[in-house]
Design a protein around this ligand. Structure first.
Ligand SMILES: Nc1ncnc2c1ncn2[C@@H]1O[C@H](COP(=O)(O)OP(=O)(O)O)[C@@H](O)[C@H]1O
Ligand SMILES: [Mg+2]
Length: 239
């Protein structure tokens, strides 16, 4: 097993006094794509919020790149190389596509050449963002905004990229582009934690997978095994 880049250890997380996640452990090896699946309300987004510092676990540890980040602030976690593309898009809608990419790199000390290289990479993966570079982000379609949100995170060349439902609301063509982008990112060494409602497709590209139900992990293992598992069926049948 490769080195762990992220390790969530026996964590409880909730909102105020309402517990959502209970005693959850999960590991993301360096260089892997790990899928996190489960029905609506299982607690997937809540877990990502805890990892990115938006929520603080009441129990357990979250270790990223050798550091306990369980109580770290979101900006410090971003600076450490962990980027979270949340459900719904957080873009600067009244700024251009190009401006949004530039803002994605804000606070990094990239050289002009490195910055240009990253923009070029983004344009290769998402050609539409090149075509629409001078358009306002708010004028893009939902799918294009989703791409821009991913592209913005890529501008920081994250060690770990957490994607929450990246295919939500996308046309089939754009879904293909998003999945191709995920594979390309993995190919270039980015580790990915992927929450995705297109479970079959997520498991096709993932190395390992975790199945969540009611705030707990009910199964985990190689993605190909999870794809055939009873636990996966159970997780999607249960009301
Ligand atoms: N901001 C919030 N305040 C209180 N409860 C929340 C909040 N967001 C989500 N929840 C609750 O947490 C549980 C898990 O939600 P969520 O993490 O969004 O699940 P998933 O992403 O797997 O669909 C649900 O019961 C949901 O109602
Ligand atoms: Mg969610």
């Amino acid at each position: 097993m490769a080195d762990k880049l992220l390790s969530v250890e026996t964590v409880d997380v909730g909102y105020g006094h309402v517990g959502v996640i209970e005693n959850l452990s999960l590991a993301v090896p360096k260089g892997a794509v790990v899928a996190l699946v489960g029905r609506n309300g299982a607690g997937k987004s809540t877990l990502l919020r805890a990892v990115s510092g938006l929520l603080t676990p009441s129990k357990g540890r979250i270790v990223f790149d050798g550091r306990d980040i369980g109580r770290a602030k979101p900006h410090a976690i971003v600076d450490a190389g962990l980027l979270h593309v949340a459900e719904g898009r957080r873009l600067f809608r009244s700024q251009t596509v190009d401006d949004n990419l530039e803002l994605g790199a804000y606070g990094t000390s990239l050289s002009k050449a490195d910055f240009a290289g990253r923009v070029e990479r983004v344009h290769e993966l998402f050609p539409i963002l090149k075509e629409k570079r001078h358009d306002l982000a708010g004028a893009l379609s939902g799918g294009q905004q989703q791409m821009l949100a991913i592209a913005q995170a890529m501008m920081r060349d994250p060690k770990l990229l957490m994607l929450d439902e990246p295919s939500l609301g996308l046309s089939p063509l754009l879904v293909d582009q998003v999945f191709a982008a995920i594979l390309s990112l993995r190919g270039s060494g980015t580790t990915i934690l992927l929450v995705e409602q297109l479970v079959e497709r997520a498991l096709e590209i993932a190395d390992a997978a975790y199945v969540m139900q009611n705030g707990r992990v009910i199964a985990n293992g190689p993605a190909a095994e999870i794809a055939k598992s009873e636990a996966l069926k159970t997780a999607y049948m249960a009301v």
